[in-house]
Design a protein around this ligand. Structure first.
Ligand SMILES: Cc1cc2nc3c(=O)[nH]c(=O)nc-3n(C[C@H](O)[C@H](O)[C@H](O)COP(=O)(O)OP(=O)(O)OC[C@H]3O[C@@H](n4cnc5c(N)ncnc54)[C@H](O)[C@@H]3O)c2cc1C
Length: 213
C-alpha cells in the first residue's frame, strides 16, 4: 500500500531552517519507533499543559494511555486537539560562539484530534502497541489487562496525518576562532543491566536482557 507523504499544513510546517524539515513517512516512523516517551500537549481549563507519557504506534496511528480517573491527563485530552512531540537528541553542538551552540536531533511533532477508544478490542490492540513499544516481549510474557484494569485505562488514538519531522545533523555552522573548541558531543540512549525486583522468582528473561545488546 502506498503511504501518503506527510501533509504540509500551515501549522505543521517549520518556518525556520526549512532545510531541516523532512517529509518521508519512513523517517518519521523510525523516529517514533526509536523514541521511548513523548510529550503530550493540550489545553486544560483554558491553559496549555505538556505532559510526558508513553506511547505506541501501529501504522499511521499513535496510541497513548492513562488513567480514566477524573484528574488524569486523559480527561483533558479526550476528544480534543492535541500536539504530541517525540525528540531524539543525537549530539550537543559546541560552536565558537555561544550564539551558534545547538543540538543535533531528530524530532517529530504530531497535530490532531485525540480520539478516545471505546471498545475492549480497540483498547487491547492499542495497549499491546504501547506495551510492545516500551517493553517488547512483555505483552505475551506478562499477564494481560483484566476487565477492571481495562476499565481503569483510558486510551487515545491520534492519526499520523498532520505531522512534521525536523532533523539537524552535522558540525557547528560558525567561523573558526583561534583557541575556541568547536565540535559535537554525541548523546546516546542506552539500557543498563536489568535489576530484578526483590520478589522476582526468575532471572530477567531474554526479551529484557537482549535489549542490552
Ligand atoms: C533538542 C532540540 C533543541 C532545540 N533547541 C532550540 C533552541 O534552543 N532554540 C530554538 O529556537 N529552536 C530550538 N530547537 C528547534 C525548535 O524545535 C523549532 O524547530 C524552532 O524553534 C523553529 O521553529 P519554527 O519557527 O520553524 O517552527 P514553528 O513556526 O514554531 O512551528 C511550526 C510547525 O513546525 C513544526 N516544527 C517546528 N519545530 C519542529 C521540530 N523541532 N520538530 C518537528 N517539527 C517541528 C511543528 O509542526 C510546528 O507546529 C530545538 C529542537 C530540538 C529537537
Amino acid at each position: 500500500m502506498t503511504r501518503a507523504p506527510l501533509s504540509p499544513t500551515p501549522r505543521s510546517t517549520p518556518k525556520r531552517h526549512g532545510d531541516r524539515a523532512r517529509s518521508d513517512r519512513a523517517e518519521l516512523d523510525a523516529v517514533l519507533d526509536e523514541g521511548l516517551i513523548c510529550h503530550l500537549g493540550f489545553v486544560r481549563d483554558g491553559a496549555p499543559v505538556v505532559l510526558p507519557t508513553c506511547y505506541g504506534r501501529d501504522g499511521d496511528t499513535l496510541f497513548l494511555h492513562g488513567s480514566s480517573g477524573a484528574t488524569s491527563m486523559m480527561e483533558g485530552g479526550k476528544g480534543v486537539e492535541v500536539s504530541v512531540c517525540v525528540t531524539l537528541l543525537d549530539a550537543i553542538v559546541y560552536a565558537r560562539s555561544v550564539f551558534n551552540h545547538s543540538a543535533n536531533y531528530r524530532s517529530v511533532v504530531v497535530h490532531g484530534a485525540a480520539r478516545p477508544l471505546t471498545t475492549d478490542v480497540e483498547k487491547l490492540h492499542a495497549l499491546e502497541a504501547i506495551t510492545e513499544h516500551l517493553a517488547p516481549g512483555s505483552w505475551t510474557h506478562a499477564r494481560q489487562p483484566d476487565r477492571k484494569e481495562l476499565a481503569a485505562t483510558a486510551v487515545l488514538a491520534i492519526d499520523l496525518i498532520e505531522a512534521s519531522l525536523k532533523v539537524r545533523t552535522g558540525p557547528p555552522g560558525d567561523d573558526p576562532e583561534p583557541g575556541v573548541w568547536a565540535g559535537l558531543l554525541p548523546v546516546r540512549q542506552s539500557f543498563g543491566v536489568p535489576e530484578s525486583a526483590p520478589d522476582a522468582d526468575i532471572d530477567a528473561p531474554g526479551h529484557v536482557v537482549s535489549r542490552l545488546a
